[in-house]
Ligand binder design. Structure first.
Ligand code: DI6
Ligand code: FE
Length: 412
């Protein structure tokens, strides 16, 4: 322990040395393994990372932490969730088990609409309390950055409420929250038969929500039971006019050409993608769009068509993996289980799946300052009770997360 403060460190920006770590930096294509590794953090950032033997002599540190040879990875990033809502849909789950399809239930006014009704009648504090419990469950497994979509309000007032709850989670919890406005998630009952009028409304809400600082990206659901490519395009044009990045729920239940449309708008990500075709893959490759795979929804809906992983891999499209947490198609709160299922159900390698919940998940959110352990990036990292990082996708129903550091501070 060196009691002398570093000359350039303010009292609020301590320099901490985390030594005796087995690092998996994920910086580059492999694991980025460093035995006898060390991380130097300066306030919220990583100042230096490497083998302890390479630490520049005379480095001044305020605190030292011996990690006892434990595995350290970047903080996990869940880049696709619908975390803020009220109610649950266990009855719908039962109906699906008895043979009803997701589409049938949606067309009969259940599905997303059922959650919209429950969410509209919940106040902000209730929504916050319920979502905070879910966020903490994800955080306990090492999640340090979380994307949260709106989409269960479908009026300006209630969409704003969901996004405010998401922002409040980011302020109150040791967690970084990124929001996506998903007004174009489903057609609300008051617009039955008038989807274009609803899209007009959604486009009209965007400037006000943006002015309030509630939107980091704009998302839409392009599918047979949701919105057409032409309607999706109008939402993207409205986002583009405000300089907001876009992403899309694309080719989940059918191939609508959504991925190519999103790529034409430089989308950060296209998500789901079970029905993605070669044109979509090529468009995503050219645009640098990340493919976000959601094995939880695939599993719960008992889908049989898997996303074209081999072709995405061949094309060099970055692949992320997320929980898609929502009360209908993916009521789960374990990002590690999603990484496991990305391997068993979709054929990702453990290395690909771990990049999928770190480096590539950061990319899907347009965040260049995290997802890897490298100097200059945010000091978000996780200390695990594991020997090798490939165990992150191996165990399930077991939480090996021992300690989480967010922006240089240990979570208590
Ligand atoms: N795809 C999904 O996975 C979620 N929304 C979407 O467009 C599911 C939403 C729900 O069923 O409540
Ligand atoms: Fe989703």
């Amino acid at each position: 322990m060196n009691a002398t403060p570093a000359p350039d460190a303010s009292p609020r920006s301590p320099r901490r040395l985390w030594r005796n770590a087995r690092l998996a930096t994920l910086d580059g294509e492999g694991w980025g393994g460093i035995a006898q590794g060390a991380l130097l953090t300066a306030g919220p950032h990583i100042a230096w990372v490497g083998p302890l033997s390479g630490l520049p002599a005379h480095t001044v540190v305020d605190e030292e932490h011996d990690l006892d040879g434990r595995l350290v990875t970047p903080g996990l990033i869940d880049c696709h969730t619908h975390l803020v809502y009220s109610g649950q849909r266990a009855d719908e789950f039962e109906r699906r088990l008895a043979g009803a399809s997701y589409e049938e239930i949606a067309r009969a006014g259940g599905g997303i609409q059922a959650t919209v009704a429950a969410t509209r009648s919940a106040d902000e504090d209730t929504l916050y309390t319920q979502a905070a419990l879910r966020a903490r469950t994800l955080m306990a497994e090492g999640v340090t950055t979380l994307e949260i979509k709106s989409g269960y309000g479908l009026t300006l007032e209630s969409e704003a409420r969901l996004l405010r709850v998401a922002r409040r989670l980011g302020r109150a919890l040791p967690l970084s929250v990124h929001t996506s406005f998903l007004g174009a998630h489903a057609l609300p009952p008051e617009f039955t038969g008038r989807p274009d009028a609803y899209i007009d409304a959604v486009c009209g809400w965007l400037p006000a929500l943006h002015r309030e600082g509630l939107i980091d990206a704009v998302d839409a659901f392009c599918d047979r039971i949701a919105f057409s490519p032409a309607q999706t395009r109008r939402v993207f044009e409205a986002a583009q006019a405000l300089g907001l990045p876009v992403k899309l729920h694309a080719e989940q239940l059918s191939d609508q050409g959504g991925a190519a449309l999103a790529a034409a708008f430089g989308a950060l990500s296209c998500d789901h993608l079970e029905y993605l075709g070669d044109d979509g893959i090529e468009a995503m490759r050219r645009a640098g769009t990340t493919a976000v795979l959601l094995p939880g929804a695939f599993y719960v809906l008992r889908e049989t068509r898997v996303p074209p992983v081999a072709r995405l891999r061949e094309a060099g499209v970055p692949i992320a993996v997320a929980s898609d947490h929502n009360p209908g198609s993916s009521p789960g709160l374990s990002l590690l289980l999603m990484a496991h299922m990305a391997c068993t159900l979709f054929g990702l390698t453990p290395l690909e799946a771990v990049h999928g919940i770190t480096t590539h998940a950061a990319r899907a959110l347009g965040l260049g300052d995290r997802g890897r352990l490298a100097a200059g990036l945010r000091a978000d990292f996780v200390i695990w009770q594991l020997d090798h990082p490939n165990e992150l996708t191996y165990w399930f129903g077991y939480n090996p997360c021992q300690r989480v550091i967010v922006a240089g501070e240990a979570r208590t």
